[in-house]
Design a protein around this ligand. Sequence first.
Ligand SMILES: NC(=O)c1ccc[n+]([C@@H]2O[C@H](COP(=O)([O-])OP(=O)(O)OC[C@H]3O[C@@H](n4cnc5c(N)ncnc54)[C@H](OP(=O)(O)O)[C@@H]3O)[C@@H](O)[C@H]2O)c1
Length: 337
Amino acid sequence: MKAIQLSKFGLDEFKIVEVEKPVPGPGQVLVEIKAASINFRDYLIARGVFAPASDLPIIPLSDGAGKIVDIGQGVTELQIGDRVTPLFFPKWMSGDALGDERSVSSGLEADGVLRQYGVYDERAVVKFAEHLSYEEAACFPCAGLTAWTSLVTVSHITRGECVLVLGTGGVALFTLQFAKALGAKVIITSSNDERLERAKDLGADYTINYLNEPEWGAIAKDITNGRGVDMVLEVGGTGTLPQSFKAIRRGGHIPIIGNLSGAKMDIEVYQLILTNAHLHGIGVGHREGFEQMMRFVGNHELHPVIAKEYPFEEASSAIYDAGEGGHFGKLIVNIKT
Ligand SMILES: NC(=O)c1ccc[n+]([C@@H]2O[C@H](COP(=O)([O-])OP(=O)(O)OC[C@H]3O[C@@H](n4cnc5c(N)ncnc54)[C@H](OP(=O)(O)O)[C@@H]3O)[C@@H](O)[C@H]2O)c1
C-alpha cells in the first residue's frame, strides 16, 4: 500500500513510499482511509518546529476518515463497512488524562492518516454521523473536537450566551458553527473583510476586523452592552490575551488553544482577579467528547466548511498552503484508491 512519509524535517521532504498493508490483531480494525484534513500543527510538525526531537520517519496528519474493511478477533463494537474517524489521542477515553492518555497522538508519536490503510484498536476509532461524507468527517478529530472541548466541555456555553471567536481558522469556524447550533450569539474577528462576510453567511452575528480595530476586545464588550462575552476562543496568546480580558464578562471562560501571536502570556494578575475569568489550557479532547460532539453534529446535520481538496500525490502542497493561510475552511487530501 502507499503512504506518505516524512523522514527528514522540511516541507520538501514528503515522499510517497510503498509499505506493507497492516493486518488487524485481536481487538483491532483495519481502516481503508479515504480522506484526510490538514491542521496548522501538521505544518509546524513538518517544519520541525512543533516537536523537533521526534523520531522520524513519521506518517503525517492526525485527521482522517475511512471505512472498516477487516476486523480482528474479539472486536465487538464495530463491523466491516462502518465509517469511522481515528481519534487524535487514541488512548484518551475521558476525564483529565492524569496517566499516559496523551502520550501518543496521531501523526506524530503514532502513524497519521496519510496512508491507504491503518490498523487501530477498536476504541481508538469512532463512527461518524451518517449525513457526513468522508471528506467532511475527516475535519473533526482535531479541529472539530478542539472547538467542542472549548465551547461545551470546559465553557458549558448554552442558548442566549455570547461567544467571541478569534480569527477564521479551522477551529474558529467549528466554534462558530457549534455556537450557533447551540443558540448562542457569535462575534467573530478576522484580518480580512471577505472572510468576515463569509462568517456572516455561516451565522456570525457581529464581525470585527482586528487589524482595523486594535481595540477589538472593548468593541466586543460594547456589543454585549458592557456585560462582556461569556467565552473567548483564544488562538493568539501574547498579542491577543490583553484584548480578550477586555472582552470577557466576570466569571467568563477563555479556552486557550494557540499562540499564533506569541507564546508568552504576560497576564496582568489583577485583571484576572477583577474579571474572575477562567483560563483553560486546551489539548484537543477525549473520546467521550468526540462521541458527544458527533451526536450533536448528527442531530443538527452540520457540515464543516471545506476550502479546497487535493489529490494524494499533492498532499505536501496542501500542508504548505495550510501554513500560508488565507483559506476559509479546511484543506482536504483525497486518499481514495
Ligand atoms: N490546543 C489545541 O488542542 C489545538 C488544536 C487545534 C489547533 N490549535 C492551535 O490553534 C491555532 C489555530 O489552529 P487552526 O487549525 O484553526 O489554524 P488555521 O486554520 O491555520 O487558522 C489560523 C487563523 O488564525 C487567525 N489568526 C492568526 N493570528 C491571529 C491574531 N493575532 N488574532 C486573531 N486571529 C488570528 C487567522 O484568522 P484570519 O485569517 O481570519 O485573520 C488565521 O486564519 C494554531 O495555533 C493551532 O496550532 C491548538
